[in-house]
Every structure is written in C-alpha cells, then in structure tokens.
Design a protein around this ligand. Sequence first.
Ligand SMILES: [Fe+2]
Length: 360
Amino acid sequence: MKLVSVDKLEPGMVVSENIYTVDDRLVLTKGTILDNDDIARIRSFSLYNIFVEEQKKAVKVKEEKPQSSLSYAEKLRTTEEFIKFKEHIEEHAEALEESFRMLANDSIPLDVDKLTDPVYHLFVEAGGTAGIFDMLHNLRDNSDAVFMHSLNVSLISNTIATWMRLSSDQIQLATAGGLLHDIGKMLIPSELVNKTEKLTEYEEKAMREHVVKGYELIKDKDIDPHIKNCVLMHHELRDGSGYPFHIKGSQIDEIASIVTVANIYDELTSKRTYRAPICPFAVIEQFEDEGLSKFAPDVIMTFLSNIVNTFIANRVMLNNGKVGDIVFINPEHLSKPMVKCGEEFIDLAANRNLAIVAVI
Ligand SMILES: [Fe+2]
C-alpha cells in the first residue's frame, strides 16, 4: 500500500484500509475502487492522506505484524514514498554540508535559488503541506547534524508561510532563511557543534556566536535582507528573552519570526545525542502556554492550529501506558485531543492528569 495525499487521489485507485472520519464514522470501506463521487466525499471530510493499493509492488516490506495492527506511523514508514523521501533528504543533507563548507571558505558564490532547489523537490515528494510533517515526524531518530536540521527548518518554514497564505515571494524567503539560518555554525569549532554531551555554560556562550558569525559571513552578499535577518534574528524572542540583541516584538523581522518557530519545533522534536526526541504534544503544550509572549502571534497561532491536524489518526501512548489513536482535535486545547483506546474514548482536555508521551 502507499500513502496518497487526498489532493492526489484519482479514479481507479483502490482503498487499502477502511477510511473513517475524525469522529469515527465510516467513509469508505477497504477495497473500494474510487470514482469521482468517492473522491469528493473523502475531500469533504478534511482528511489529509489515505492509504491506497500499490499498482505495482516496488518495495518489498518485511512485516513483523499483520498490517491491520500497525499504527499509522508504522504503516507510513513502510511506504515507497517515505523510503524514497528518507533516502533523498539524507543525500541532500550531504550535498548541503559540502555547499555550506565552500560558502564558509568563500570558495563559491551564494546562489540562493540553487541552494533551495532540493528543498522544493523534497516538498513535492512529501506531498506538499499535507504530507511534509508525516515525513518529518518519522525521521526523528535521524542524524542531528546541522545540515539535516537546516533542511527540516527550511521545509517547516515553507509550510508555515504557506499555511499563513503569504505571497510566493515571502514563502521563498522563509524557505531560504530556514535553510541558511544556522550557516554560522560552520564557523564554530566542530568539536563544539558535534559535542555529544550537553554544553557547559561557557560552551553555550561560544555556540551562541554562530548567529553573529553567520551574519558576518553573508551580510555583504547580494541576497534579500530578510534572509540576512533570518540568520541574525532566529534566536530572538518577542518578549526580549532571546539573543543576541534581546530585541522585542515587531523589531524582529517577520520572516525570521517564522524561522524561529520552525527552528525550535525541529530542535525539540529531534533526537539529540544527550536526549531522546521530545514528544511533539509536549512541545505543542509548551507553545500553547508561552507562545503568545515569545513568538509572533500570527505565526504561532497558524502553526499550532495546523500542526495538530497532521496528527489525526496517529497512534499515541499516554502517561498511563494506554495506547490509542487520535480521533478529534479540541480547538480550545490543541495539545489535549480525544484519543480512542480500544472501545474507550478518552478526552484529554477533561482528564488533565493524562497526557500524550509519544507518537508511535
Ligand atoms: Fe541557531
């Protein structure tokens, strides 16, 4: 089976899993051969992706469990689309390392279009805004190198800018700013950047210099000033608690504000050598609590209300050990959805001692 964005459904495709609405009503049964009416019906339920049969079996998948008991994430990781995306993002991260190294040595000109080109390919390959987080959330165990992080932040910044309905020029700036934001890390000793333990206070201070060093590297290049600001301001926070200049509110570049959210989300939900990935719902809860004081309101509101929807139908583990699938997002408490565990519906908003500890 393969995962297809509902935008890409075509008549003749065969549904490989029963399709349910978020409140668990059956939309179509497994084995249905889609016609135009079925496709319109699926789209009317605001579903993101569905599983359909492969036309030809391109990838042999070793199944340890019957397909029906696999979680959404487990099924996704066996699809040809995911396997290819993973392979390509790793290849692009390697190529980006080489480009960043040459930029830091000033041995190649800074060509933003050429640098960001692979990001757009990855974006299309993932199925656009509807599919990109499905891919990224399943790559959380990957390398924590600067280059994979840069690609992730670029893809997430592009998605947030698209969700905000910004112009295509602004979306391109967010994509480029996200890709280049940490270029200054090329000018920080690699022992520090690649250190496997948590940094000491002194080392943390040295690491923070990547912002100004990155800006120095690109400030005289012929690129849009917003991209330069993304490099300089991506650690600034709206309440002045960021760095390097502790600037506040609207002093922070609007495109850099997008990269800030993308950067923190990717940083926290990725594996680090000194800690496991933090559960996205814990990060969403943290953003809900302090989001409006620390981040641009339009950016954080758009990000939160859209990101939670990408988790519908995902299987999660609760802090009481129970496992269930997310069936409904509560717009008042985005980090506390309704979870269906077996036959039981658990409303996390009404059970405040319960929380999601992992997406599995
Ligand atoms: Fe940074």
